[in-house]
Design a protein around this ligand. Structure first.
Ligand SMILES: *[C@@H]1O[C@H](CO)[C@@H](O)[C@H](O)[C@H]1NC(C)=O
Ligand SMILES: *[C@@H]1O[C@H](CO)[C@@H](O)[C@H](O)[C@H]1NC(C)=O
Ligand SMILES: *[C@@H]1O[C@H](CO)[C@@H](O)[C@H](O)[C@H]1NC(C)=O
Length: 323
């Protein structure tokens, strides 16, 4: 009996982590072509782009970007994307999602693409953010290369991956530790304090204690159903939220609730079966839900569990006396 819930919760855990992997897929790169960026910034350009846009729209998810440029389109009223930096990040993200097997030199954009990306948003800020967005970028610890502000910009609204990569790599080689100065970042120390986003609660995570995203763990005490599994499980559900999108968090929470519910159910059934096995005149399995029998079973079961807990062996005789 016991191995079955164990196996079941294993599969549910796998399912939950799959769910979070799928949700994370859009901010992960198809291959290692952008490792030069990810290794320095600590996240993919898609994640940087997503976090930037989440300043204005906490629900924003990067999704699958359009291979026909522009990869994404700014939303009216969203200052976060109404600038050339956001456009540049969306282009880097596109190459990240597509990978470099078909396009060894990344994906470029023709003249006029930036204008299409802006989608008549306002106010447009070329080569900078508005002051409040810049403040939020720093507050949220979003690392953006200095070069993404003023160097990586084409007046005709085009964009070139290979030029960008070379420019940034060169800068990293020449000015190591000095490529993120807009917020006073120094690459060498990644321990800058993190504070919550401006005017928003970071979706689903109050995250000082939560670790990196990952599959919710199985409870350590899985071999003994008499210990309560809930603390381990509920901490698993809250521990996997950092960096996950709202949908993924919801999925994990729902998954964890299902796991908890199934655990409760199986533990209940297991105790019941134990109770009926130790009381020979007890109910047949076919009458499990007879309320009167249930009360008797529960009483017998409890008695047995208490005895077990106290380290005593119980005999059938003592059990019979109870019921
Ligand atoms: C892009 O460049 C071509 C030729 O260089 C020009 O004909 C066209 O008008 C330009 N388009 C935009 C949107 O600037
Ligand atoms: C920003 O750049 C675009 C494309 O080069 C240009 O059309 C637009 O006029 C510029 N806007 C500002 C406010 O400088
Ligand atoms: C945050 O909210 C305050 C008032 O609620 C507002 O004055 C301020 O401009 C907002 N900041 C941003 C970046 O939205």
């Amino acid at each position: 009996m016991l191995p079955f819930p164990l196996v079941l919760s294993f599969f549910i855990t796998v399912f939950c982590s799959l769910l979070s992997v799928i949700a994370e897929g859009n901010v992960q790169c198809a291959d290692g072509g952008l490792d030069w960026y990810t290794n320095v910034v600590g996240e993919t350009p898609c994640k940087t782009y997503e976090r930037l846009r989440q300043i204005c729209d906490p629900q924003y998810e990067v999704g699958r970007l359009n291979r026909n440029t522009p990869p994404d389109i700014c939303k009216r009223g969203h200052e976060c994307c109404c600038n050339s930096i956001s456009f540049g990040l969306s282009m880097l993200c596109l190459s990240c999602q597509q990978g470099f097997s078909h396009d060894p030199t990344g994906l470029d954009a023709v003249n006029g693409t930036y204008k299409t990306y802006l989608n008549n948003c306002s106010p447009v800020t070329n080569k900078s953010f508005t002051d409040d967005i810049q403040a939020a970028v720093c507050k949220n610890n979003i690392k953006i290369f200095d070069d993404m502000y003023d160097r990586i910009f084409w007046d005709d609204g085009s964009w070139f991956y290979e030029w960008t990569r070379e420019r940034l790599s060169q800068d990293l080689a020449v000015n190591p530790g000095n490529t993120f100065t807009r917020c006073g970042f120094v690459s060498a120390s990644d321990n800058s304090p993190t504070s919550p986003a401006l005017n928003q609660t970071t979706v689903g995570s109050d995250s000082s204690t939560s670790g990196p995203s990952g599959p919710p763990g199985l409870p350590g005490s899985i071999t003994s159903p008499s210990t309560t599994p809930s603390p381990a499980l509920s901490s698993a559900s809250s521990g996997s939220s950092t960096g996950l999108s709202g949908g993924a968090i919801a999925g994990i929470v729902i998954g964890s609730i299902i796991v908890l519910g199934l655990w409760a159910f199986f533990i209940y059934m297991w105790r019941k079966r134990r109770a009926s096995q130790s009381a020979p005149e007890g109910p047949s399995v076919g009458r499990l839900f007879d309320p009167q029998q249930m009360v008797q079973n529960t009483r017998a079961g409890r008695q047995e569990w208490e005895s077990l807990g106290a380290g005593e062996t119980i005999t059938r005789n003592s059990n019979r006396r109870v019921s």
